[in-house]
Design a protein around this ligand. Structure first.
Ligand SMILES: NC(=O)c1ccc[n+]([C@@H]2O[C@H](COP(=O)([O-])OP(=O)(O)OC[C@H]3O[C@@H](n4cnc5c(N)ncnc54)[C@H](O)[C@@H]3O)[C@@H](O)[C@H]2O)c1
Length: 280
């Protein structure tokens, strides 16, 4: 499916991968509806898209609140005639030893990352089916969601695995409606994801900046994935290879990733264990 023509909705569009995808969709010729809870940054992206000559609606929205996502979908239908591409991308990090992460935080990470995606599905899919024009859903998961994860990020990995299952279920269910699905599974991307998360066990922001790929690389892979109706989208060959390795030798890879993730080499990239001040 081509990205040009029609409307693309992107959640988490104010920064990082969502911002890069929104700008890329606009350059490819789509109009945009942007949603994010960070209003000031959202307005900047809206201005950039308007400057590219595309129509753009920017809505402040917290995807963990179903009523706000319903309102977003209603505005998209009323003001712009409905969506052709819907990208559920908003997300936050979630780290720490699984047994020590407070339940409130578990709920927060799942509420935004997994239920945020569920809310997008229940708000937008009925109107896409009713319109009868087909379309495409994009879910930003992660390599973690494919079981290629590291220790101390269970809430995040659990949420992303749920998104992979959600996307796969929808692919099977929505084919008769000509609605395709792509599940995007990046490794590290240089975004703001670690910013403001001064919490133990999260990756240091400077490490993400230094080791992550530019979000524009992910955006290029997303456009290619939509165009070729790819269910799983990888921006790098290494990501695809790691996933193949996981499927070929799952126990070996999990054990290896556990040892690697607990090694000093990796631990020095984290913001410090529980009870200690993160290194600055
Ligand atoms: N950065 C990485 O290394 C990486 C790797 C794989 C997957 N991802 C995923 O990519 C997606 C985008 O993250 P990013 O890396 O671009 O980070 P980012 O922090 O730069 O962007 C995330 C955006 O989502 C918004 N957001 C967060 N919670 C929200 C909520 N409840 N409602 C509405 N908006 C909300 C933030 O305000 C922000 O603008 C996330 O789902 C993340 O899990 C990131």
């Amino acid at each position: 499916m081509n990205v040009s023509g029609g409307l693309a909705v992107v959640t988490g569009a104010a920064s990082g991968i969502g911002r890069a995808c929104a700008l890329r969709f606009a350059r490819e010729g789509a109009d945009l509806a942007l949603a994010d809870r960070h209003e000031a940054r959202l307005r900047e992206v809206e201005e950039s898209i308007l400057r590219l000559g595309r129509r753009c609606l920017a809505v402040t929205c917290d995807v963990s609140r179903p009523e706000e996502v319903e309102q977003l979908a209603a505005r998209v239908l009323k003001d712009l005639g409905g969506a052709r591409i819907v990208m559920s991308n908003a997300g936050v990090g979630g780290s720490g030893p699984a047994h020590e992460v407070p339940l409130e935080e578990w709920r927060g990470v799942l509420g935004t990352n997994l239920f945020g995606a569920v809310h997008v599905v229940t708000a937008f899919v009925p109107q896409m089916i009713a319109a009868g024009r087909g379309g495409h859903l994009v879910f930003t998961a992660s390599l973690s969601g494919l079981g290629v994860s590291l220790p101390f990020m269970a809430p995040y990995a659990v949420a992303k695995a749920g998104i992979v299952a959600l996307g796969e279920s929808l692919q099977m269910e929505l084919e008769p409606h000509r609605i395709g699905v792509s599940i995007v599974c990046p490794g590290l991307v240089a975004t703001r994801m670690s910013e403001g998360q001064r919490r133990p066990w999260a990756l240091k922001p400077e490490v993400l900046e230094e080791k992550g790929m530019p979000p524009e690389e992910v955006a290029a892979a997303v456009v290619d994935g939509i165009r070729h109706e790819r269910l799983y989208v990888f921006a790098k060959t290494e990501e695809h290879l790691l996933w193949m390795l996981k499927r070929a030798a799952p126990s070996t890879l999990v054990r290896f990733l556990g040892r690697y993730g607990r090694s000093k080499k990796v631990m020095k990239d984290l913001q410090g264990p529980v009870g200690e001040e993160p290194e600055s």
